[in-house]
Ligand binder design. Structure first.
Ligand SMILES: Nc1ncnc2c1ncn2[C@@H]1O[C@H](COP(=O)(O)OP(=O)(O)OP(=O)(O)O)[C@@H](O)[C@H]1O
Length: 616
């Protein structure tokens, strides 16, 4: 551990955890400052505070006191490459920790003032320690969702049945039909499913149904956590507007934009509700607890909220995995006879577990049939999701047409594909064929877990450029503008209408000028390179960044099996980016570890609470 990563003021137990890399400098500083303000002396309480700060930093909403050792599992290798012996750390006894917290001024307040930055909550999942802000947000989410679940919109049962029959004339069971009925009959609904299960197809039909039920004046808001996802949602819904009679003016915005976020916080909030009757949020797996809290606060009670996404994907980089929590938590809400009658035949059919029927009652429908997805890749993704490492390896090694599993040094196929894709994209770009260049650039994508290091994006960017240079004799400066240069936008630019995560390609126009082209359905967006301030070449991409997109072939570079980023959610997300073919490059150990290890995201949304320390 370098000097810069050890907090000089930290002592004793906290310092040991800091030196081992389990705690960062910021975790220690925040904990020491809070302890000082509250007049707390207990080493145990300071350690718990630092671990709670650290938990939020790594995506959890709270610290599970019964499982504090788990918090260290993602630090098995220190930055300098040495193994960290977590068992050698002075882990406190859980009871001692809990005892210290129960009387801590950080939890119960003290003579130093009313400051109570921590919240200790006894739940059915054991004691949870929160930073106050996240506890408040989680309580808001729970309160708003519970209130909305207790009250259903008025729906004309005959109109619902007739609409469903028009939109879904096929036989039972049809989960998409159930999803539309549920979205019509509930204030809050969740449409969950893997890629290509027809989530957007279903959303368009939900909107068509609501317009039939409530008339053309219905105010519809479409949103997603990122600009790229919002653009895709808008494109997919618009592609279906004519067939379904949807208005051709529907636009989608980022959640920030929907809420009117400015320097002084959001324009829409609990005191100024969003002016919509229906709000659809796509890619909800990427929505953090904080953003979900803001959105729910800003909703009118009558507004229908439809949350769409894949709960098995990587969650938001900020704290919280709200979509996964909502899908996993015990169903709440009262029965909706209108829905049950309208899709009774679907619900009576085989294939629904008891838990799923409960979820439907709570407004949650999982779409399971893949419409776009190849069966072999779908089976592989399912085996990862269901934690079946032997099955995953069997599928990887089965010699299937669409799945390749290669050792880390077996790079010929990858090299060939990188060189071939670049040649094809460049030929189309030189010829000024924008549509072909954009389509070809999405035929193959190289994905990595890390940004830096030997399994990271920057290393593979350089390797790709070298391979291309060796094959063509033309060595590109990665920052120069050249036809066929694949582009990645790294910041939203609302004026230019390009968003963080957008990908495009440089194309030579008929007059010889170079333009940057970005896919926008049938009409690509063409911009002069001088209009682009935040772009880079994209020969490789992190799996996090690839969320919300799909490619023909995906090559996944697995990191060392000890990498903390290697998790089931990461592997699932990477595999499900592939439409036609997936190539995994890595060791068996890395595959097994990836399937086994889950992202640890503690939250209390799934547990029932019984607060303590309230009166202390
Ligand atoms: N019931 C259906 N009948 C016919 N085609 C369907 C049906 N459902 C979905 N599809 C088609 O399957 C493809 C995938 O559907 P869609 O894009 O809605 O899936 P998705 O779950 O939103 O995918 P992603 O997560 O990648 O956005 C689309 O081409 C869509 O038109």
């Amino acid at each position: 551990m370098t000097e810069a990563r050890v907090a000089q003021r930290g002592k004793g137990v906290v310092r040991a955890f800091n030196e081992a890399g389990v705690l960062g400098v910021a975790d220690v500083h925040v904990a020491l400052r809070l302890a000082q303000l509250a007049g707390e002396q207990s080493e145990h309480a300071v350690l718990a505070t630092a671990l709670a700060v650290r938990a939020v930093r790594s995506g959890s909403v709270c610290l599970e006191l019964g499982g504090i050792r788990d918090i260290g599992v993602d630090v098995t290798v220190a930055e300098d490459g040495t193994e960290v012996d977590l068992d050698a750390l002075p882990w406190p006894e859980p009871d001692a920790l809990l005892g210290a917290l129960r009387v801590s001024p950080l939890v119960v307040g003290g003579e130093a003032g009313p400051l109570r930055p921590l919240r200790l909550v006894d739940t059915t999942a054991g004691p949870l320690l929160y930073l106050e802000k996240y506890h408040r947000q989680e309580e808001t989410v729970r309160r708003v969702l519970d209130a909305r679940a207790g009250d259903h919109p008025d729906v004309d049962p005959d109109a619902l049945r007739a609409g469903l029959a028009d939109l879904f004339p096929g036989p039972a069971p049809d989960r998409q039909r159930v999803a539309v009925a549920v979205a019509a009959g509930h204030r809050t609904s969740v449409i969950a499913g893997g890629p290509g299960t027809g989530k957007t197809h279903t959303v368009a039909r939900v909107l068509a149904m609501l317009l039939r039920l409530h008339g053309a004046g219905l105010r519809i808001g479409l949103a997603a956590p990122t600009g790229k996802a919002a653009a895709r949602l808008q494109e997919s819904v618009r592609a279906q507007d004519a067939a379904l009679g949807l208005p051709d003016t529907l636009t989608a915005a980022t959640l920030h934009r929907l809420l009117g976020w400015g320097h002084n916080g959001p324009k829409y909030h609990a005191g100024n509700h969003l002016p919509y009757d229906v709000i659809v949020v796509d890619e909800t797996s990427m929505v953090s607890l904080t953003m979900m809290c803001r959105l729910l606060e800003a909703l009118r009670p009558q507004t229908r909220l439809i949350l769409v996404g894949d709960p098995n994907q990587l969650a938001s980089v900020d704290a919280g995995a709200v979509l996964a929590d909502l899908v996993d938590r015990p169903a709440t809400g009262t029965r909706t006879p209108v829905v049950e009658q309208a899709v009774g035949a679907d619900l009576d059919a085989a294939g629904w577990s008891a838990a799923e029927r409960d979820r439907v009652r709570g407004g949650i429908v999982r779409l399971t049939r893949g419409w776009r997805f190849d069966e072999e890749i779908g089976a592989l993704a399912d085996a990862v999701r269901d934690e079946q490492p032997d099955r995953v390896l069997e599928l990887l090694r089965a010699g299937a047409d669409r799945i390749e599993f290669l050792a880390p040094d077996d790079l010929d196929a990858l090299r060939h594909q990188v060189v071939e894709t670049a040649a094809e994209v460049t030929a189309a770009a030189e010829a000024g064929d924008v549509a072909a260049a954009l389509e070809l650039a999405e035929r193959h994508r190289l994905l990595c877990a890390h940004r830096d290091g030997p399994a990271g994006v920057s290393w593979w960017e350089r390797a790709s450029l070298e391979w291309i240079g060796a094959a063509t004799g033309r060595r590109h400066d990665p920052d120069a503008w050249y036809p066929g240069r694949p582009l990645l936008v790294t910041a939203n630019d609302y004026d230019a209408r390009i968003y963080n995560g957008d990908t495009g390609v440089v194309v030579r126009r008929g007059d010889g000028e170079l333009v940057a082209a970005f896919g926008r359905g049938s009409e690509p967006l063409l911009l002069h390179p001088s209009r682009l301030s935040s772009v880079q070449s994209v020969y490789a991409m992190t799996i996090h960044r690839s969320q919300g997109s799909q490619y023909g072939t995906v090559s996944v570079i697995l990191p060392d099996e000890r990498s903390s980023l290697l998790t089931r959610e990461l592997l699932y997300t990477a595999i499900t980016r592939a439409k036609d073919r997936v190539r995994i490059i890595g060791t068996e150990a890395a595959v097994r570890e990836g399937v086994r290890r889950r992202v640890l995201r503690a939250s209390g949304l799934q547990a029932r609470a019984n607060p303590v320390g309230e009166d202390g």
